[in-house]
Design a protein around this ligand. Structure first.
Ligand code: ADP
Ligand code: ASP
Ligand code: MG
Length: 887
């Protein structure tokens, strides 16, 4: 929401300025980007914001960009060879500024008229061959000169006495030894240090100032530019010069996000960053900050804030020297397009003294700066970044021609560099397997891991980036590499802040709060205070999931895989809801029999079970699934004239962890397809009818396409077998664990399955989920036993651990953990949450930011309804958790 407007009428300046700031009042530098200065409401916000900073007792310097689109128009104009076109372009720019003035009900200030006349003259005249770049700089500088002049007129008219400064008088560009003529003029570098004398001189001139971003002067006094997006850097330079209390970058988004939010709506706000990480994110493609803008602020330790001009109430990002203890995490994923790779091949290169020196000399001669480097025995590949280089085809061809004298050259373009940024990225590599697998499907031209341990970059073909980025962002969250649970670092998603707003109503439904966050909390607390460890199951959640699955039209019969949770109340409720059941042992079969009516259909799907187990199951109403030759080879008589289902191995596995993948040679499940003829022959010998085919590739799968593929593969196999009438495509429906992780799209699953069904309507489709139905419905309650600080770690001990919930130790599963006794207290301490079992692996959660805990607090481990109690043990001879069901 825009801030309320206090100044609806023109008021005299004295009415607004309550008191003049003290002589030594701090400076606040505020930079407003192109979209933040383009309309009257924007300027009303700017006035309001300047006023609020002045109420803090600060002097304010506002740095502005050109009105959005103006720099682009001026840039085009400054290269256009047609005089008439140039003149027409100036007329359009003049019109735009005059319209804005008109909406402000302002007369045209003389200074603005002068600037427009000056620009018109430049357009008429064009440029001489030798000064094309100086001309470009001069023309483009007019964008910021115009916007700042217009802004000064508006602010003064509204009663805030604001002094216009020419940025070129304060910011002098430094000429660096290796800079080429282009960067010297159009992407210049300004080196500044705090200058108290200068700050005092400016302070003597007034209390509120406005100046231009993007421009500076060179040693000859000519106007130079700081590169596209360079106004941020101007603001930072002023912040450093004036020794400002802070620099505020006001833009069209509430801060730096974990990815470009226009590309990845689920990107999370980064609430705090240190200079180095922010720098890395900016340099690797996040346009929200100009890559050069942090350097000037680092040494004087001036903090930088990023805020949304239209939503000033949103917290934004704070960038500063502070590094708070936090879990190692990927902070952002960014992408740069327009990258050119130059691959240079030379036999026995490393033996040739000076080969690299020769090669790189050519890059220097052509004024091209190299970004990433990869090398092998006979090859060096480097990348050229378009923000640092003028990468037209002539420049590249000229370079390639010269390089061809010393090696074989291949130019690969257009490419994109995708970068994961996070301090200590090397310590996160083990979490990145899903991300690496994604890159495995693509042509990756170069991988580079920076020596500062802050980034990991993959260079791929440019066209894959737009679809790849959102997917990688999801994978990073799901893998726990991007620690969205640490709410001291990661704020809300862009979607949740803007989703329903004017920025695009993508409006994906946010995950509803878990049942235990609602009114049930009081009851849970009482249950936890009465006895722990204790599992609590919420039946309405089980039934809600059951109904959601039953709404899928393509599936003919749902089975609950009871191994996930065999509590009789859950079995009974699912039977009443119309579910069938899948058991893997006589014990499970008996548990089901005891809890559900004898009419509920049963599947018996064991693995490496003994003959006696099958003999038992054949005496029940269950349909039996076989997944090896052994049973028919050795106990064929047992199955004579029976109908069975055959579980096949489709040769690949899937899932959230290696230990839950149930396909492929390395997994013990399923009959390999090459043994199918032998199996069918044995079946025939014993009069066994193969009435169904089954496959189950793993658990925790969130890609609906997977089941479509399995379904289609089974259907085509079934056609070859003939006797099959049922296809059971298993379970494995994923349940997201991390905050912000996207769930399984059931609608899409139904659509995918429906497509296969249309092609194979003769087969009935069965599925058998377990975890999906019960995971979220259960929580484990435990109490805090002891707290311990050790080295940099804070340990929080619970009265149960891997004996009650083994998933974290077994699969590195991530379960949300909260302090139920302090649910609404701020999470301030980073804990390692451990149990009482004598095993180093007895850890329920690492690096969890939680409220400072005390002995006796009731803690809740979420999503423990599946594979919790059923996998519990009496290890260390500790008592097992009891189970409570709430209706
Ligand atoms: P201004 O004109 O205010 O300088 P910019 O367009 O230069 O604004 O920068 C803001 C834009 O940066 C956002 O609207 C967004 O599209 C883009 N952007 C790219 N990456 C990120 C990121 N990681 N976080 C936030 N914004 C980003
Ligand atoms: N106006 C310049 C540009 O569009 C500088 C800036 O806005 O930061 O690149
Ligand atoms: Mg910008």
């Amino acid at each position: 929401m825009a801030p309320s407007l206090q100044y609806l009428a023109w008021v005299p300046v004295t009415a607004i300025i309550a008191a003049s700031p003290a002589v030594d009042a701090p400076w606040i530098v505020m930079k407003f980007g192109g979209t933040s200065v383009a309309s009257l409401p924007c300027w009303e916000n700017i006035l309001e914001l300047m006023e609020s900073r002045r109420r803090e007792g600060a002097r304010v310097l506002v740095v502005v960009s050109a009105l959005t689109g103006t720099t682009d128009a001026l840039r085009q104009l400054s290269k256009c060879t047609d005089r008439d076109e140039r003149v027409a372009a100036v007329a359009a720019i003049a019109r735009r500024h005059r319209e804005l003035l008109g909406s402000m009900q302002l007369e045209e200030p003389a200074e603005l008229a002068t600037l427009l006349a000056d620009l018109a003259r430049l357009a008429e005249a064009g440029w001489a061959e030798h000064d094309a770049r100086a001309y470009q700089a001069q023309v483009q500088a007019h964008g910021e000169l115009l916007s700042s002049t217009l802004g000064a007129a508006f602010l003064n008219r509204r009663g805030l006495r604001t002094r216009w400064l020419d940025a070129r008088e304060y910011l002098g560009a430094t000429v660096l030894p290796n800079q080429n003529a282009r960067t010297r003029m159009l992407s210049a570098t300004v080196a500044v240090k705090p200058d108290p004398a200068l700050a005092a001189r400016v302070a003597a001139l007034g209390e509120a100032f406005i100046t231009q971003g993007f421009i500076a002067r060179d040693p000859q006094g000519r106007t130079v530019l700081l590169g596209r997006g360079g106004s941020d850097t101007s603001a930072a330079c002023f912040g450093a010069l004036l020794g400002a209390q802070r620099v505020e970058i006001w833009t069209d988004v509430a801060g730096m996000f974990t990815a470009n939010p226009r590309q990845v709506p689920g990107a999370r706000l980064l609430q705090r960053l240190d200079y180095e990480e922010a720098q890395e994110i900016a340099s690797t493609g996040a346009k929200v900050l100009h890559p050069h803008c942090l350097q000037p602020l680092r040494e004087p330790r001036v903090p930088l804030l990023i805020k949304d001009t239209n939503r000033p109430e949103l917290e934004g990002t704070v960038i500063g020297p502070e590094v708070r203890a936090h879990a190692p995490s990927v902070k952002a994923i960014s992408a740069r397009k327009g990258i050119t790779l130059v691959s240079m091949e030379s036999v026995g290169m490393w033996q040739q003294v000076g080969f690299l020196a020769d090669v790189f000399a050519h890059f220097k001669t052509h004024g091209l700066s190299v970004d990433l480097i990869g090398s092998a025995e006979t090859n060096v590949t480097v990348s050229l970044d378009p923000t640092e280089n003028l990468l037209d085809s002539d420049a590249i061809a000229a370079l390639a021609a010269d390089l061809a004298k010393v090696c074989r050259v291949k130019v690969i373009a257009p490419c994109a560099a995708i970068t994961l940024v996070g301090r200590g990225i090397r310590s996160l590599l083990h979490t990145l397997s899903a991300v690496l697998a994604e890159f495995g499907h693509l042509r990756v031209h170069l991988i580079s891991q920076s020596s500062n341990n802050l980034n990991l970059t993959f260079v791929v073909d440019e066209d894959v980036v737009d679809t790849l980025l959102p997917r990688l962002h999801d994978l990073l969250i799901a893998a726990g590499s991007l620690r969205t649970d640490d709410n001291a670092l990661f704020g809300p998603s862009w979607q949740s802040l803007y989703g329903a707003g004017p920025h695009g109503a993508d409006g994906e439904a946010m995950a509803a709060p878990a049942w235990w966050q609602g009114p049930a909390r009081g009851r849970l607390l009482a249950l936890g205070e009465a006895a722990t460890p204790r599992y609590v199951y919420h039946l309405p959640t089980v039934l809600e999931r059951a109904r959601a699955l039953q709404a899928l039209r393509a599936v003919d019969r749902w089975h609950y895989a009871v191994k996930a949770n065999t509590h009789p109340a859950i079995l009974g409720a699912l039977a009443a809801a119309g579910f069938a059941f899948e058991c893997v042992s006589p014990g499970e079969s008996r548990a089901v029999d005891a809890a559900v009516p004898a009419t509920a259909p049963l599947l018996f799907t064991p693995n490496f079970a003994a003959r006696a187990d099958y003999a038992f199951a054949l005496g029940t109403r269950a349909t039996i699934t076989l997944d090896a030759l052994h049973a028919l080879e050795h106990w064929g008589e047992l199955f004579r004239d029976r109908e069975i289902i055959l579980r096949v191995d489709l040769g690949r596995g899937l899932g959230h962890h290696e230990k839950v993948r149930t396909g492929g040679d390395a997994s013990k499940f399923g009959l390999p397809l090459e043994q199918l003829p032998a199996f069918l022959q044995l079946a025939q010998v014993h009069g066994v009818r193969v009435a169904g085919l089954h496959a189950h590739l793993g658990s925790g799968i969130l890609d609906p396409g997977h089941w479509g593929e399995v379904y289609a593969q089974l259907a085509s196999l079934a056609e070859r077998i003939g006797s099959v009438s049922v296809l059971n495509i298993g379970g494995g429906l994923g349940v997201p664990a991390h905050p912000g992780e996207r769930g399984l799209d059931l609608g899409e699953l139904d659509r995918v399955l429906g497509e296969v069904k249309d092609a194979y309507p003769q087969y009935r489709l069965w599925m058998e989920p377990g975890r999906y139905l019960v995971a979220d419905a259960g929580v484990l309650l435990a109490r805090v036993t002891q707290l311990k600080a050790k080295g940099g770690y804070q340990y929080l001990g619970l009265d149960t651990g891997m004996n009650s919930l083994i998933r974290p130790a077994l699969y590195e599963a991530w379960h949300q953990i909260v302090n139920l006794s302090r649910l609404h207290q701020p999470a301030t301490t980073l804990y390692q949450v451990v149990g009482p079992i004598c095993e180093s692996g007895d850890i329920l959660g690492t690096d969890r930011r939680l409220p400072a805990a005390q002995e006796g607090d009731v803690m809740l481990i979420a999503q423990a309804g599946a594979y919790g109690k059923v996998m519990a043990s009496r290890y260390n001879l500790r008592d097992e958790a009891d189970e409570i069901v709430i209706e």
